[in-house]
Design a protein. Structure first.
Length: 289
């Protein structure tokens, strides 16, 4: 690890988030189990995360996001009939190994070649619970991305796209283009996303901005109106969830949450709603065309 910080490139953020999954898995009251997380994160990242500003105290939103995304995927596969999951910028996600998935479900992971090589080396010998495939591709290559989408779309009539933790690293234009490319495929019916508000982005910039910039991993995308933004680019809001509410439900609230709750009680209604929408998770449905 250098003096500037542990993040050297965008792929390092996947190891960072894997640390949080490992911490949660090792709790006696864990809300999910990812027995691969510690191996994927690596002991160097387990230690480095503890030294980062807010490294420990900011575990809760990543843990809640993981669990909520699990739930949205399980809903899409179990109740909405999705038979193919396209996981973009899959990073070190181990859901094909750890979730209870149908044996005939096709799960396609897409990421940079180095990330896929690293992941395959760490998970060699492990058996996924569904039909797992991996594609080495730089999603910033629009032509290659669209070609992949067309190929995947031809294989299923009910695809779920997952972009956990991806959108915040893209520009607003980049997210809009990705949304339109996905919506262009009629069989891409559902899309699991997470997003931040401009207010949250400013808070994250203050805490981690230099570290992320040094690693060419700046947070960029935010939206005040997720429903309106994605609606403009081909997607309806089927289900929207908010971290503070799911954290309370899952008993994974931020440290000293009682202080925020007290302040929230005293806030005007409009300000309460703004804080409620600081971040969100959503299951989007492709608009009928």
């Amino acid at each position: 690890m250098s003096a500037q910080g542990p993040i050297k490139n965008i792929s390092d953020t996947a190891r960072w988030v894997a640390v949080y999954r490992a911490w949660e898995t090792e709790r006696p009251d864990a809300i999910f189990s990812d027995p691969y997380a510690r191996k994927l994160a690596g002991e160097d990242w387990m230690e480095a995360t503890l030294k980062m500003p807010g490294g420990k105290s900011n575990a809760w939103p990543m843990i809640v996001r993981t669990k909520v995304t699990d739930e949205l995927i399980e809903k899409a596969v179990g109740r909405l009939g999705c038979d193919l999951v396209l996981n973009l910028a899959a990073g070190l996600d181990a859901r094909p190994y750890r979730l209870d998935l149908p044996l005939d479900l096709v799960w396609i992971e897409v990421d940079l070649p180095g990330m896929i090589d690293f992941k395959e080396s760490k998970l060699a010998g492990e058996k996924p619970r569904c039909r797992l495939e991996r594609v080495k591709l730089d999603l910033s290559d629009a032509a290659a991305r669209r070609g992949l989408f067309a190929t995947v779309a031809a294989r299923s009539k009910n695809v779920l796209v997952v972009t956990e933790g991806l959108l915040i690293y893209l520009t607003e234009q980049g997210v809009a283009e990705l949304a339109r490319d996905l919506a262009a495929q009629p069989s891409f019916k559902w899309w699991s996303v997470d997003y931040a508000s401009p207010m949250l982005l400013k808070m994250l910039e203050k805490k981690w901005g230099k570290m992320l910039k040094d690693g060419a991993s700046e947070f960029k995308f935010s939206t005040e109106d997720a429903r309106g933004f994605f609606g403009t680019h081909g997607w309806d809001m089927a289900e929207e969830r908010f971290p503070s509410e799911d954290a309370a439900r899952l008993k994974r609230e931020m440290p000293h949450a009682w202080v925020f709750k007290l302040l929230n009680f005293l806030m005007p209604k409009a300000k309460k709603e703004k804080y409620r929408r600081m971040a969100g998770y959503a299951l989007l449905q492709r608009k009928n065309k």
